[in-house]
Design a protein around this ligand. Structure first.
Ligand code: GRF
Length: 190
């Protein structure tokens, strides 16, 4: 199974995916890593000798124009699956329509609880005693697609957004790698 991974930030989830897919017996390969800005996480792809591309959101007049360039980059790689792994950007409907359902996303909450860009912060603000991590199929809503995998994580009374998020990310990574493997083996069909 061939992947293109899209990120915006540190790319710790990306790094885990790069490590997993670099094993010869793992049935998926990362063709390229893309970002909507000059993301620190692109360095992980460089460490693994994986090509990178950036489509800087700020360089385009509209989300749609940005999406057209992103789609052109994705078309160039022809991946079997697009993985959003910390992409902090909603894909334009045209991009989702072009590739759905072959786009999956990780989210640091137990969807449908706390969707959106601040899932961890929102769980804390709501005083939730537990939250979670989820892997979903991307649709043209916000974190509203079919849930492929999710797991509960306890919130601790002394948790900050950062401490809770750092506890969620390893679970996200494990769920994401497992979902990619199940898609690659045909056990999971999108
Ligand atoms: C992850 O929790 C992801 O689900 C969320 O942002 C975080 C990205 O972390 N959208 P990283 O860039 O993979 O370290």
């Amino acid at each position: 199974l061939t992947l293109v991974v899209l990120i915006s930030g540190a790319g710790s989830n990306l790094r885990a995916l790069l490590e997993a897919t670099s094993h010869p017996d793992f049935p998926a390969r990362v063709l390229a890593v893309g970002a909507d800005r000059d993301a620190d996480g692109l360095a992980h792809a460089e460490d693994f000798g994986i090509p990178t591309f950036t489509v800087p959101y700020a360089a385009y007049p509209t989300r749609e124009a940005w999406g057209e360039e992103l789609a052109a980059q994705l078309d160039a790689w022809q991946p079997d699956l697009i993985v959003l792994s910390g992409l902090m950007r909603l894909l334009p409907a045209a991009v989702v329509a072009r590739y759905a359902p072959r786009i999956v996303n990780t989210h640091p909450a137990y969807l449908p609880e706390f969707p959106g860009a601040h899932g961890v912060r929102d769980a804390l603000a709501a005083g939730a005693e537990q939250t979670g991590a989820s892997v979903i199929v991307v649709d043209d809503g916000v974190d509203s697609g079919p849930i492929l995998a999710q797991e509960r994580i306890a919130v601790r009374p002394d948790d900050t957004e950062s401490s809770l998020h750092e506890r969620i990310k390893p679970v996200e990574r494990r769920l994401l790698i497992d979902v990619v493997q199940r898609i690659a083996t045909g056990e999971l069909v999108l």
